[in-house]
Design a protein around this ligand. Structure first.
Ligand code: PRT
Ligand code: ZN
Length: 285
């Protein structure tokens, strides 16, 4: 029987969220320390725990069928793989940063300067696009200290909160790439493996939709229902249940997490009371 081989990061910023996602999809696997390969007990997948940098190559060579990693690494490695799905975690950006006291004048600022990075391919692409000649100093870690120790004039590195730049006396001046965790896949999956992947994607989307939405319940006078329904269109349309108190009902619907705070005042103004917002575990559209 076919098994889909999934490469995930062994240990690092992506590993916990990658494992959590698979667990939320109902996929059970043993996950002891030092384990490099794990098989699932209840879904036809095998997990390979790898360094994230190796995942694109392994997926290209079909050592793994799919992999979970940051888009930044996918673009840097530039292997012949397909990006299948964005996963919405490990969001960050690959940015240019320069010493705080310097004035950035646009990409031309880098002309004939030295830029330290672990992302030479993406940086080369950016420099070529802007017709800039600059020297690239490739280093594999602690890139932020390069300007301070005189190794480079600028850096091109991953930024998330920005606090590492700040503590190293640097400022972010240009975003080269926005990144999040994605699933990549081999371009030549067998029909059986493609079918397992489709089942997995169905589950992943149900988990993702659930995270992006909340279940909302509220009470309102019947006269307010029409207005409230227009604010809360729901999946198909809201459910209305009568309350024991005459002239009142309870309305149940689904609301986008990021829209909730925007419409809460409008709901109250329209007459909604006793509003409850509840997390959804799975949501199948
Ligand atoms: O050992 P392995 O090679 O598998 O892991 P790794 O050390 O190469 O990668 P890891 O675990 O550090 O990061 C994995 C992925 O997480 C990256 O490829 C990104 O897609 C994503 N990610 C999200 C980040 C960050 N946020 C992040 N903040 N990767 C790195 N950082 C580092 C950054 O390099 C910098 O040093 O955090 C620092 C900046 O953080 P802020 O919050 O101070 O701005
Ligand atoms: Zn890595």
């Amino acid at each position: 029987m076919s098994v889909l081989k999934i490469a995930i990061q062994k240990s690092g910023r992506l590993s916990d969220d990658s494992k959590k996602l698979l667990e939320e999809c109902g996929i059970k696997f043993s996950n002891g320390a030092g384990v490099l390969i794990a098989t699932s007990r209840n879904f036809p997948v095998e997990l390979l725990f790898l360094r994230d940098d190796d995942i694109p190559q392994y997926v290209e060579q079909q050592v793994a069928d799919i992999g979970i990693l940051g888009e930044n690494v996918v673009f840097e490695k530039n292997k012949d793989v397909t990006i299948i799905e964005q996963l919405g975690f490990a969001s960050c950006r690959l940015s240019l940063a320069i010493p705080k006291k310097e004035t950035y004048t646009g990409p031309g600022y880098l002309m004939n300067k030295k830029v330290a990075t672990s992302y030479p391919k993406i940086l080369t692409g950016f420099l070529e696009k802007n017709n800039i000649t600059a020297e690239i100093e490739e280093i594999s870690g602690s890139v932020e200290i390069a300007p301070g120790i005189g190794l480079a004039d600028a850096i091109c590195d991953i930024v998330s909160s920005g606090s590492t730049l700040l503590t190293n006396g640097l400022k972010e001046v240009e975003i080269i790439l926005k990144s999040q965790a994605v699933i990549i896949g081999n371009k030549d999956l067998s029909i059986e493996k493609q079918k397992i992947l489709n089942d997995l994607l169905f589950r992943i989307r149900a988990v993702k939709n659930a995270k992006e939405n909340k279940y909302i319940l509220l009470n309102a006078p019947e006269s307010a229902i029409q207005k409230i329904c227009s604010l809360l269109p729901g999946m198909k349309s809201p459910t209305i249940v009568p309350l024991v108190e005459k002239g009142w009902c309870s309305l149940h619907s689904v609301v986008k997490e990021d829209q909730f705070w925007e419409i809460i005042n409008q709901l109250k103004e329209a007459g909604a009371e006793g509003i409850l917002v509840i997390p959804i575990e799975k949501m199948i559209l």
